[in-house]
Design a protein around this ligand. Structure first.
Ligand code: ATP
Ligand code: MG
Length: 331
């Protein structure tokens, strides 16, 4: 049956609060497109366990934190389906079928896997970690997603999902849809450390749930041009983390700040103050929306349960087609 709307799938690992990198890399697109597309948003708890299996005590808290982050940025639970990965057994079933024809070498050469393995200090990868892109391909394709709005680190994974779809459709029957990646306006926001991408796990993030004071402090501690000691020293915006943030969050004042920095007319303290102000302007309406849900955990639970039920129904339908295509429907 042809769909009347195209489908989006995205999501996040419940490994901590969502941050500005998520917002500019993926969440902003999700909010923008949710009217136009059938939207599924996965809270990838099994994927979180691939690196956090020994730290499961925070999982439930982080799942609910992410739901409140979603509502704060403007995801509308009436139109978007928010669900939990581990509660959809069909995803894990489909992962197994995909793993039958996905080689270990393809996974080993995935650049995001390599970077993340190094970040997590893994010298030997578990089967589950090495294989998480296969599981992610199942997340996406079980909903027949056309579009996946994500950050740059996800490109190799979407490429793999596309390959898996082509292989499956070719081997069995053409039941799966090849997904396209949709990068955010800023596909890789650098962290406050100025080195790595902003990440929940790297202690370099400004969280969407941070209050105004926390934002000021974090921006205040950001790494700037090390050559600038006094305000009058000429600055080098191209190597400054705070300037990189002005390029994203403060386009109006960008030129003025660049000139003033190069000429030693604006100090880092003032420059950071303006940056923090801009970020707080962006976060203020989110803070307001979040307030509505703060004392209502039952509301978050209902949203998650309803979403998971709906996602489960859709996943079952695809699996019926998959099993038929693979001729493993015996009764
Ligand atoms: P973790 O450290 O637990 O992996 P994370 O911060 O990398 O957390 P994920 O849950 O892995 O976040 O990523 C969720 C989505 O957000 C993905 O689409 C990813 O590409 C995007 N994303 C994450 N960090 C950034 C960033 N710094 N800039 C742009 N997009 C990002
Ligand atoms: Mg990540």
């Amino acid at each position: 049956m042809p769909k009347d709307k195209k489908t989006i799938l995205t999501g996040d690992r419940p490994t901590g609060n969502l941050h500005l990198g998520h917002y500019v890399g993926s969440l902003a697109n999700r909010v923008k497109l949710q009217q136009e597309y059938e939207s599924y948003i996965i809270i990838a708890d099994v994927q979180a366990l691939t690196t956090h299996w020994e730290k499961d005590e925070n999982l439930s808290r982080d799942v609910y934190q992410i739901v409140s982050d979603y509502l704060a940025v403007g995801i509308d639970p009436e139109i978007s389906t928010i669900f939990v990965q581990s509660m959809i057994p069909e995803i894990h079933e489909l992962t197994m079928y995909y793993s039958l024809f996905t080689t270990v070498n393809v996974l080993r050469h995935n650049p995001t896997i390599k970077t993340e393995a190094a970040q997590h200090g893994m010298n030997d990868m578990t089967y589950g970690f090495l294989g998480y892109p296969v599981s992610q391909a199942a997340d996406i394709t079980i909903f027949k997603a056309d579009l996946v709005p994500v950050g740059e680190d996800q490109i190799p994974h979407i490429e793999l999902a596309r390959k898996i779809v082509r292989r499956f459709n070719d081997l069995y029957q053409p039941v799966l849809v090849e997904p396209q990646v949709l990068l955010g306006d800023v596909p890789r926001l650098v962290g406050m450390d100025g080195k790595e991408k902003m990440s929940k796990s790297l202690n370099n993030a400004i969280f969407l749930a941070d209050d105004a004071q926390q934002v000021k402090e974090k921006v205040g501690n950001a790494v700037t041009d090390p050559a600038r000691i006094r305000k009058s020293d000429p600055g080098h915006p191209e190597i400054c983390t705070v300037y990189a943030y002005h390029q994203v969050f403060n386009l109006n004042e960008l030129e003025e700040i660049e000139q003033a920095c190069r000429q030693g007319k604006i100090g880092c303290v003032e420059c950071k103050k303006r940056m923090a102000g801009k970020i707080n302007e962006l976060l203020d309406p989110m803070r307001e929306r979040r307030q509505k849900y703060l004392d209502k955990p039952e509301l978050l639970r209902d949203i998650l349960m309803e979403g998971t039920k709906k996602a489960h129904r859709a996943a079952k339908e695809t699996m019926l087609e998959v099993r038929t295509a693979m001729k493993i429907n015996y009764f």
